[in-house]
Design a protein around this ligand. Sequence first.
Ligand SMILES: Cc1cc2nc3c(=O)[nH]c(=O)nc-3n(C[C@H](O)[C@H](O)[C@H](O)COP(=O)(O)O)c2cc1C
Length: 445
Amino acid sequence: MSDQPSKLPQTEPRFSATFDKHTLSEIRRAAATGIYDIRGAGSKRKLPHFDDLLFLGASVSRYPLEGYREKCGTDVVLGTRFAKKPIHLKTPVTIAGMSFGSLSGPAKESLGRGATAAGTSTTTGDGGMTPEERGHSTTLVYQYLPSRYGMNPDDLRKADAIEVVVGQGAKPGGGGMLLGQKITARVAKMRCLPEGIDQRSSCRHPDWTGPDDLEIKIAELREITDWEKPIYVKIGATRPYFDVALAVKAGADVVVLDGMQGGTAATQEVFIEHVGIPILAAIRPAVQALQDMGMHRKVQLIVSGGIRNGADVAKALALGADAVAIGTAALVALGDNDPHLEEEYNKLGTTAGAYDDWHEGRDPAGITTQDAELMKRVDPIKAGHRLANYISVMTMEAQVIARACGKSHLHNLEPEDLVALTVEASAMAKVPLAGTTWIPGASQY
Ligand SMILES: Cc1cc2nc3c(=O)[nH]c(=O)nc-3n(C[C@H](O)[C@H](O)[C@H](O)COP(=O)(O)O)c2cc1C
């Protein structure tokens, strides 16, 4: 008889790190359907981010400011370079461009109400300006996009600023998508396109082949708006030093820089996860370009892509930005992906917090849909109030940090206030690794 045990001990089944569960299910899905995955939201993988930075705070060598007695300003003025009417905001937290079509009318109204109560701006998006948003947003930035869907000169004149969109962080080099399910009669009419048919927005402006054409376009927009309104240029983070320099040379008053964590209404998953660079890596080269041109703080820099709380705001500003923009977080504040709708998310085969099929138009929260019944679930007064609360909390959190660093205005935060937790973040944000004076790649060390 053998003395081998009849059953050998079992080891845990082991999944490959390369072929993990999600990858395997994606291969099966592609094999079964023959179509690529489209979804909304931003990159879901772990990327270098603001969490990889820490503030040093004040101690013996610096003294902090007292919360109750010593002021810490939060206001920002955007568009001081050429515009006769720059934008004055009480907080550097702005609402990013999100299209009507991707979002419902009540969601747009909620954004307008919330931003106005918080003293900040909202931004239109692909598909034009809605009365809901213009009516409730005191400061409204009007996007001028490659698609020109919903664009008209009357709305340009109704705006408080104009944002020329070159690209987005979630899909630099790509255009938007709005699938047929969301093209209702109203959306179709605004875009001058047929109802119920998928729309793919163009990836580049029809009348440009380079930065010289951007210069001509900016000049045209200034003329149409009598040099009153600030002209922003929005770019996806790819080659930030050169792109920012060229946008400034072309005449931008404000540059909006959107990193790869940035949300989108709908695009190919492969695009979201594999094109562009994280905002953490993009801010310093962008600021460097502004500094090299003598334009830092003269042309304002708004950054976006995964901004969630006051610490993110403070870190972005410390790295040299003038303001931030939020998309995904604003939708969550309105009620998107809320656990109280868990049962309904389950019916869609997902769970609260992971729902990203925004292109399908079946959002139980009524935010990323054009379904007449679902959108009734948004109460713009309540949702607007929640957004205003959230922006106010973010602003106060940023203030708490700035005071702890001894700064009397959020804009006095600087890279010197920061250290990095990882070698990658240190190299990207160009601040020392915590506890050292080492910045990888910086020649002075
Ligand atoms: C639902 C939705 C719709 C969007 N629509 C547009 C758009 O029409 N134009 C645009 O430039 N960016 C659009 N974006 C991108 C945002 O303007 C912004 O760059 C991004 O949301 C910022 O990242 P965050 O979502 O992590 O805050 C959209 C984003 C979302 C979530």
